[in-house]
Design a protein around this ligand. Structure first.
Ligand code: BYC
Length: 331
């Protein structure tokens, strides 16, 4: 299923207008390289549209990592116990590290990190929908570590087989760390699900609130997704949004049900004949509202990043002025 092309030649032809300024020979050679499974590297020839699309995706992913550190980050001081606190601190630190890797990969396409951060702070760039919801209880943190990271792994393991060299190398490294995140999330999740009645109620409440954002996480259905067709052809996305959503349901719904927890969708079931999951369509109007800046916490999330940007400016400026470096008196 990885790397299936979902665009017909006729549909691809509709992009002709956007590709009309490209050298046809170079474009054909680029397409051949993609089909042979070769990696595209920063100095290689690529159509401008490929450059823009890959940059858009990596940049949004990088922003998702730094904004994604916020809901869990606020729980470091309140984590229940020393071991949970240490694991959570390590995880949050990893997420920031992922952003570093991804901003570096995005920079290879010609946009500076400063420009990317400015676009994020100005509300011009998107980041993952899920991080615009509050982590009200410790159960929310357990759920993020288990079920958001599980979604991230499905997406990233898939796209790590894609065509843009710097992105896939960053994803490979990120996936190793996500595997640890998933374990810490699963451990905290199971502890609550098998705990006292109050703990079970807390994790059930978290599931009820987070299920819809989790269904949104893989993006809009294929029939309304803007970029999937072109990006599967160019092997930037190695599966469609609906395919990834199906794989996620297949792997994680049984794990949730095994714990005696329920999901807030009475229509959710696997059709034994087709092997496909059926579910109620999540509210896609809400999804588009949230990703366009009008979710429960979009303004708060960006306000925290603005604060961090302002308060960290002095150190970035200091690092950019090597002529002012200090000479040790013992030299
Ligand atoms: N949230 O044409 P479509 C993490 C936008 S961080 C927000 O299907 P595409 C973690 C999409 O951008 C991991 N926006 O898009 C971190 C497009 O808008 P524009 C996050 C979304 O790109 C810390 C429009 O909807 N993972 O796990 O073909 C702690 C139409 O959609 C979303 C990534 O970033 C969304 N969920 O496919 C814990 C993975 N979905 O740009 C955990 C990289 C769609 O036209 N990204 N949109 O204005 C991708 O794989 C793809 O971008 C997506 C969407 C599959 C998400």
């Amino acid at each position: 299923m990885y790397g299936t092309i979902h665009i017909s030649e006729e549909e691809y032809g509709q992009f002709a207008e956007l590709l009309k300024n490209e050298d046809p020979e170079k474009l054909a050679e680029f397409e051949d390289r993609i089909q042979r499974g070769e990696k595209i590297e920063p100095d290689d020839w690529m159509p401008q549209l490929y450059r823009r699309q890959v940059l858009r995706m990596i940049e949004q992913h990088a922003h998702s990592e730094i904004i994604g550190a916020l809901p869990e980050g606020t729980w470091i001081t309140r984590a229940p116990g020393f071991r949970r606190k240490m694991a959570l601190m390590a995880k949050v630190q990893d997420e920031i590290g992922h952003a570093q890797l991804l901003y570096s990969a995005a920079e290879t396409l010609g946009k500076t990190r400063e420009e990317m951060i400015n676009d994020l702070l100005a509300g011009k760039s998107k980041y993952s929908n899920v991080f615009n919801y509050p982590a009200k209880t410790w159960a929310d943190v357990a759920l993020i570590g288990f079920l958001v990271d599980a979604g991230a792994i499905i997406n990233q393991v898939t796209n790590a087989k894609g065509s843009y060299g710097p992105y896939v190398r960053a994803l490979e490294r990120i996936c190793y760390e996500e595997a640890f995140h998933l374990k810490q999330g699963h451990d905290a999740f199971v502890a609550l699900a098998t705990g006292t009645p109050a703990q079970r109620a807390m994790i059930q409440d978290a599931l009820n609130r987070w299920w819809q954002p989790l269904m949104h996480f893989f993006g809009p259905p294929d029939n309304i997704s803007t970029h999937t067709k072109l990006l599967t052809r160019w092997k930037v996305k190695m599966a469609t949004n609906d395919e990834m959503r199906q794989w996620y349901l297949d792997q994680y719904v049984p794990k949730i049900w095994e714990l005696g927890l329920t999901l807030p969708d009475p229509a959710l079931r696997k059709d034994p004949e087709t092997g496909k999951w059926e579910y109620s369509d999540p509210d896609w109007d809400e999804f588009f509202r949230v990703i366009n800046g009008d979710g429960p916490l979009n303004k708060e999330r960006l306000a925290v990043r603005r604060w961090a940007e302002e308060h960290g400016r002095w150190i970035r400026q200091a690092l950019q002025k090597p002529e002012r470096s200090y000479v040790t008196p013992f030299a």
